[in-house]
Unconditional design. Sequence first.
Length: 263
Amino acid sequence: TVYSKDEIKSISETNPEIMGAVKYALKGLLTDQIKQTFENTDVTVINELPTYENGIFHDEYDVELTSEFFKMNKTINIPNLVNGLLDIGALVNYTFNLIAEEGWDNTYTIILPDSMKYQRTTGSVEGNRIQWYVKNGDGGHPDLLVEVLIELDKPTTSELEIEDIELEFGLNCSSGKETILTTNVLIKSIDIGDYNILPEFISNLKIIPSDGVRLLVENSLTSWDELYEKTVKTVKETTSKKIENSSFNQTLDLSFEWDSNTT
């Protein structure tokens, strides 16, 4: 049975049994559209049935984005990666292709948590709610490509401007025959502009703190070997030249290893 908008309104006021059947049928159609819209995500149904108010049906879903949604390797912990990058000042761009079946006018609403805010969006904004309208009542507009650029309201790390690498020197003369110079390279923040490792949906990150380095290594976007070759090696070579050109008569026997307690 096909009901008009006015008939649905009348049924909602006079026949709760039929209205329940309408909501039940509608629930399946809504869920199918949500799953089709948010492909490669984990969709959780929140309400048993949609509600009806002021001539409009409302329903809610929890959509968890996966690594496949972002076209990344399944081994990457996407919540860990995205939340961690947001916490060091990244901007995350989300793109969705919202759909509406022929004869439907759909309104999609994303509710941002209090800790987040949008920087740019193609939707209409009211408080922490961002909405898009897919009007396909005439069958001519089945989908709408939308985007929203998100950032944390108060990230732990503010936007960094310069690379910060410190050196600690220690001399050991206990053997009496030779002096051992130990140099610790303390990486507080590094410039990853030349690394070309961030996914396309991440922006506003050039200088990242040490926690960000660990995060990228943990999610296989870089490695300690790459970090050595692109950052540490230059520091090591520069330091070696300065020591070799000092006024002391010394020879250098260089070795390098990561400190497992800090990486």
